[in-house]
Ligand binder design. Sequence first.
Ligand SMILES: *Cc1c(COP(=O)(O)O)cnc(C)c1O
Length: 397
Amino acid sequence: MSAGTGRIERLECGRCGRARPFGPPPATMCPCGGTLLARYDLKAAKAAAGGSGHDAPLLARVQARPPDLWRYAEMLPPVPAVTLGEGFTPLLEAPRLGAALGAGRLLVKDESQNPTGSFKARGMAVAVSVAAAHGVKVAAAPSAGNAGSALAAYGARAGMEVRLYLPESTPSPLIAEARRLGARVTLVPGSIADAGKALRAALGPPQENGWFDFSTLREPFRVEGKKTMGYELFEQLGGRLPDVILYPTGGGTGLIGMWKAFDEMQALGWIDAARPRMVSVQAQGCAPIVRAFAAGRETAEPWADPVTVAWGLRVPGSLGDALMLRALRESGGDAVAVSDDDLLAATARLATLEGIDACPEGGACVAALETMLRDGRVGRAEVVVLFNTGSGIKYAA
Ligand SMILES: *Cc1c(COP(=O)(O)O)cnc(C)c1O
């Protein structure tokens, strides 16, 4: 049976640095309002791999395991896996699209092939596994859609009751999917920020009704699930990282997670200090990170009136703004906003040129890459990975 085996030394606040131990009750946020991040004893992970009876180095042992995200067991929380086979999605060469854009080597990390059709499965698999081990019975979250269906699926898998708060504008296929998976759905006027407020009102003070809040970056382990995308890129590129990564950014757990994975891989001796340039892609109708990055800010003001067809990007403000902006800057990266017209046209190109029925969020990365190749911010000999974070099927009219 799959399980994490990591030795978590502490959960550390990404904002103030304060630490708390790992263990029940399940961790939420730092009292300062910052996100807690799991810090592992990676020396122990390496040593255990080289110890008696386990002669192969850690990487070789990882690579001998089944192709799902639990193969990174030593870098995941020490709990049994609640799993539907998430992770280790294909990294697809995209030569036709690359040629059409004038790119060098272009690859698409196709996250639509995860359970429930999006990369939200990664985060929820690990977060629900920890919550189940720590006794949570009722799982709650606001969602723009995909996080909700993923929580519905993993919650069902763990025998939890699941309560979702979704914007009433959420496309009906997603609401239906969550309900099919047994979740109780409350529809809320406004954006995901308003859905989050409604959930926290229902939650009451310190979760006295026994609900656990899986909101983005309000607990430490969705990031742990999403960081495995960074480990997979390294393995799938044969032990290196790409020059540039384009990532469609809402709450930003994927960016923050991959950035954390790169630090861990460096501590493990798998990579050196060089990093891919991380590019945050947003829609012009909701681009708080792009605006803050362009202004050289360390935090992002919430976006007043978020409007975009890419509803995974309709996130007006994130608790991870400072962590994201720091990662973008430290990587020498960038932040790019694209129009809905451009991202929809680019989504169609990904589908017709490469057979990848992408979500509009994935298409947004194609549109951003086109701009960056045109103005020279991405070179024509570089290795570029863009993320298709979900399936186009859920957007079908
Ligand atoms: C949630 C979501 C995003 C944004 O992901 P974050 O890691 O929260 O920034 C992008 N695309 C799709 C399809 C999503 O469901």
